[in-house]
Write a protein that binds this ligand. Sequence first.
Ligand code: DGL
Length: 265
Amino acid sequence: MSTQPIGIFDSGIGGLTVCKAIADLLPGENIIYFGDTGRFPYGTRSMETITRYSREITGYLRSRDVKMIVIACNTSSAAALETLQNENDIPIIGVINAGARAACGRLKGESIGVIGTRATIKSASYVQAIHRIDSTIRVVQRHATLFVSLTEEGWIDDEITRLTSRKYLQEMVDQGVRTVILGCTHFPLLKKSINDIYPELDLIDTGEEIACEVADILKEKNLENPAPYGTIELYSSDITDAMQRLKEMFFGGDGIPIQKLIING
Ligand code: DGL
C-alpha cells in the first residue's frame, strides 16, 4: 500500500483525457498532472528536444515523490519512454504499448491504422509495439496534425472536423482498416466526429487503456492507495483558454484549480 501520488504528464491539455480516465478508475489515488502548455506542441519538435523536456518533467515529478509516472503524451512516449525507464527506478509507462495491446486484442481484419502527430508517426513506435505482439499485422500509419489544432479550437463536433477526418482516414478505410489507434492525446475528443463519418471504425482510446495498465501495476507491486478519495493537483506551464476549457469539461469549474508551474533544466 502506498499513499504516494501518481505522476502524469503531457505536452499540454490532451493528457487530461488520460488523467480523467485514471481518476475515474482509481478514485483513491492522489494524482499530480503536469501539462507543458508553454512549450506545446511537442509533435513538430525533434526527438532530442522532446526527450529533454520529458526528462525535465520527470525530474520534477520525482521531486514530488511519485510512485509511478504515466507518460500520457504519445509523442513523449515515442521519443523518451525507454530513456526515462533506463534512468529511473520507479515504474514509468507510456500510452503506446497500452494502445498497441488494445488494438491487437480488438483487431477486426488484418490491418491496424494509427494516427498521431508527425513525430509519433515518424518514430514508428506504434508499428514496433504492434509487431512485438504480432509481426503479421499490417500497420497503416498517417499523421493527423490538423486534428490537434481542431481540438484546441474546440471544434470537437464540427463539419470541418468531419471533412478533415475524410482527408486523413479515407485511404486507410479503402485499404480495409477497421481498427484505428487514436495515437495522440487530443484525438479521443474527436471520436464522435470521426465515427459520424466512419461508423464502421473501432477507435482505440489509449487513455482508457492505460488506466487499466496503471491499476494492474499498482496491484502487482502492492502500491495501491487504500483511501476512498484521492487528491488531484493540476499544473501547467501556461494557463491557456484551451487548458481551462478542457479542465472544466472534465473536472468542473470549481474545486480543482490549474496552477502555473514552469519547469526547465
Ligand atoms: N500530447 C501530444 C500527443 O499525444 C499532443 C500533440 C503535441 O504535443 O504535438 O502526441
